[in-house]
Design a binder for this molecule. Sequence first.
Ligand code: NAD
Length: 244
Amino acid sequence: MLDGKNALVTGASRGIGRAIAVKFAQHGTFVGVNYFKSHEKAKETMEDVRRYSDGILLQGDVGKLDEAKRIVEKFVDVAGGIDILVNNAGIYHRTSFLEMDEEIWNKTMETNLKSCYNMCIHAIPHMKEGGRIIFISSQLAFKGSPHGAAYAASKAGMLGLMKSLALELGERKITVNAVAPGTIETDIISNYTEEMKRRRAEEVPLKRLGEPEDVANACLFLASRMADYITGETIVVSGGLYMK
Ligand code: NAD
């Protein structure tokens, strides 16, 4: 579905980012696997990518403007341009609002939202007609999150940026969309006990937690020609949990 395309995926050493990188590779994409600290995990992602296609490891903190620039430039040097950018890197700090110090607020905004500015500002000049930008937001952007105010605010901010870019980039035929996952089994919910996971799965209308691949499938659709006429939209991938 993406034969001959290239894609740069941030935070792709594990979890949802890894699933997107591998899914895209399965469909013929050359993949830029950005990671921050976990080189070993990123190498595992690359091994999975290379079973189907090829790619490049791109170390760097996407929350930092200069590092985002370096990541994009290294990718463009090798791939020759950017067809698909997926802004996936993110962190979640669980804390009540009044106990949240400024450092947590700033770090969450920097990693989840400012990173999107950092990547887009450098990547967009290298995108041609038919380009795709996909933001990995969260259902909490709509619902809010008790003990996750900074996270929910950053994820809602991503949607404002996504829609603004969709309006600005339409005339260049670049589509910009978001995927808003519900509860997906990754390290980001490692603080959940098995009992908490069971109870959450019970709340989900489809009666299970999401898998990273569920999110990757929505990204594949948005990245493909099938989504040529879709821009400024958000696909919620939550098994229906979003409605509760
Ligand atoms: P995860 O913790 O496994 O993955 C997050 C990835 O982002 C990791 O690879 C991490 O190394 C990377 N990262 C963090 N800070 C970075 C930085 N400064 N620079 C580069 N990379 C950085 O969790 P996940 O569930 O795979 O999360 C992926 C995205 O999906 C996140 O944006 C998250 O907010 C979003 N999301 C996840 C869920 C869920 O339930 N798992 C729900 C909604 C949204």
